[in-house]
Design a protein around this ligand. Structure first.
Ligand SMILES: O=C(O)CCC(=O)C(=O)O
Length: 277
């Protein structure tokens, strides 16, 4: 298992805007996270469902047909597209707080800078389903500074057939192309200009492997044309001093003073309502 990042790898990340860190989860830890996310989807996990943003997948494969993104369980099915706020699950939090990710955060944001979580989300392409996610950069116009780092972990083997993430290398150096995230998919003209298929690199990964993505790197992902689900866990680490113009937004501290702890999270989850009605 890889538990450190080298200066050579870091230079590659800075040049290309992405880096395959290789295997980070051993088979036991991988199996535990796979089981936990399936249990969450099936309504069997000891989590506070009212604290999780959950979205069902689309039936048509079109992004605009995906279910509403809102808090709470939406039925016992593996056909979820997205589940967010997973830092409130002790297993996922423990994984997010591994020393290798602290090291990467220090390289991005500087030593001693508190690190928060902009989002910790499960991104799923159920077998023979999934939704085309158009080309975009990860940027949100209500923050006073951009989060810069996403750590994407394969919970299944990810291939062209099941809708692996694809990227345009070095595109993080193009500056900011889309004005905001939610309406921020590239226009068809910009996608044609910057994301021709011959430039796209498919991030095919083994289960348990991790890629680092610069948040300005153009990325997309296709539908799943296979029988194998494509489960991924995507964590966007931010400078903990970031301010949001949205009054009700709070970001969980992950590294530094006041950071969440797996025990604290587990205790809060067990005090809250667990199993959905
Ligand atoms: O998992 C995917 O298909 C896309 C993920 C993504 O856009 C992200 O992690 O920012």
């Amino acid at each position: 298992m890889n538990d450190q990042i080298t200066d050579t790898q870091w230079k590659q990340y800075e040049d290309e805007g992405w880096l395959n860190l290789g295997p980070i989860l051993n088979s036991k830890d991988l199996a535990a996270l796979q089981q936990r996310i399936d249990d969450i989807m099936l309504g069997k996990a000891p989590v506070n469902y009212d604290g999780l943003l959950m979205q069902l997948d689309s039936e048509s494969g079109k992004y605009e047909d995906a279910g509403e993104q809102s808090r709470g369980h939406k039925g016992a099915t593996l056909n979820y597209r997205k589940i967010q706020d997973l830092e409130h699950d002790p297993l996922f939090l423990e994984y997010m707080q591994r020393p290798i990710f602290r090291d990467v955060c220090e390289r991005v944001y500087g030593k001693g800078v508190p690190i928060g979580c902009f989002r910790a989300m499960f991104m799923n392409k159920p077998a023979r389903k999934g939704t085309w996610l158009p080309w975009h950069q990860d940027r949100w116009n209500f923050l006073d500074r951009d989060p810069l780092l996403t750590v994407w972990t394969a919970l299944d083997p990810c291939t062209a057939a099941n809708g692996c993430v694809q990227v345009i290398p070095k595109s993080h150096k193009l500056g900011l192309l889309n004005p905001g995230h939610l309406s921020g998919f590239l226009t068809p003209e910009l996608a044609k200009e910057h994301c021709p298929s011959e430039k796209a690199v498919l991030l095919e990964l083994k289960a348990g492997e991790v890629v680092l993505l610069h948040n300005w790197l153009l990325h997309a992902s296709d539908v799943n044309r296979s029988e194998i689900s494509r489960r991924g866990f995507s964590v966007c680490y931010m400078d903990g001093r970031t301010h949001s113009r949205k009054e009700d937004e709070r970001y969980s501290p992950i590294f530094g003073a006041g950071a969440l702890t797996p025990d604290g999270v587990a205790a809060r989850a067990s005090a809250a309502k667990k199993i959905p009605a």
